[in-house]
Design a protein around this ligand. Sequence first.
Ligand code: AMP
Length: 416
Amino acid sequence: MNEIKAPKGTRDIFAPEIQKWHNLENAIHAYYKKFLYQEIRTPIFEHSELFSRGIGSETEIVQKEMYTFSDKSDRSLTLRPENTASVVRAVIENNLFETLSPLRFYYIGSMFRYDKPQKGRYRQFQQFGVEVFADDSPQVDAEVMFSAVDFLKKIGIEAMQLELNSVGCPQCRPDYLQVLRKAARAQESRLCSDCRRKIDGNPLRIFDCKLPACAEVAASLPLISDHLCGECRDHFAAVRETLSWMNVSFQLNPRLVRGLDYYTKTAFEITSGQLGAQNALLGGGRYNNLIQELGGPDMAAIGFAAGMERIILHLEQLEPARPKTLFVAYEDPQWLAHAVQMAQVLREEGYPVYLDYQGKNLKKQFKKADRVAAAFTLILAENEIQSGSVSIKNMVNQEQIKISLKELNEWLKKNY
Ligand code: AMP
């Protein structure tokens, strides 16, 4: 029979890598609580319309990358390709803007895109992200970016670059788009077929194309930074000033537009020099129109999403020491009950404990203790049981001592 493999673009995560995921997830929970963010968990699938309306029907994601299927009642559902639209839907549907304050969320979860798999790019991947609602202050933009940079630094990522742009707003962008369309049309023959289609749909996306010929055209196209309205210019200036108060360095990138339709004003990305082709660690920006677009109130919002696989790739050298394992061994199956109870007590105290229920003799159990990389093996044999004691073998230097059970806790506190 043919072996069944995991679908292309998905991967299994297990020891020792899984420890890094736990560390990263714990770090996210701890860090974002400092800024009063609350975790939000939304469904993994949503009505497809949420994404076509929320992300934009012209986008790459919606046109090419969604896992869309009909359920048994013929509803069109989609595995979430990103989480901002879902969080916005949840905020509106649950009236959270009336009941929660501040309206700040973080999330951790799987996203699904029919992308071309390669290192750092998968079809099921994990993102963590934040969304802050109901505050249009430029200082919030800066704080969100500060938190992204600071968080990555705190978990040990130094080599990164924050790129920043403003993509304008419904006041200034339409005029700019006209200018951009005109300029792009003049060079249409040099653009790929995808980019030609973007001229009418959303010409800003021409800046996203990685093909050299299109990038060359894009380099000569007019920039949004020269067409911002007064409000967007002031907002952007205040964002940059606040970043300097916060000591966050950044690079202006007037061609940074982001792939999704809903961005307004601030757009940013953090890239890493250590990741090769898939160098984006996270991306985000303001999306002041999305909430209304999805049927909610007129409310400002800003957020970002970070690729956790790419962060994990960075943490390669930061493997933390594994907690030491205690192995409880018994000389004869008749002492199994004692061993089971000892393991329970030790786990209750917080130690990782392994017990081999199939342990035929001590020699085999010592071998097993080595295989699970135990630091100490606690041995229960007739002599120990009779005298209310336990022998402890140091698995590194093979030294063995015997102590009374009463002293065990104290001994572990000193030697573990
Ligand atoms: P986006 O939602 O496209 O703005 O992406 C935000 C971040 O998610 C990116 O900067 C990447 O780090 C990560 N990401 C996006 N797509 C993928 C993918 N297919 N596989 C792994 N990570 C991804």
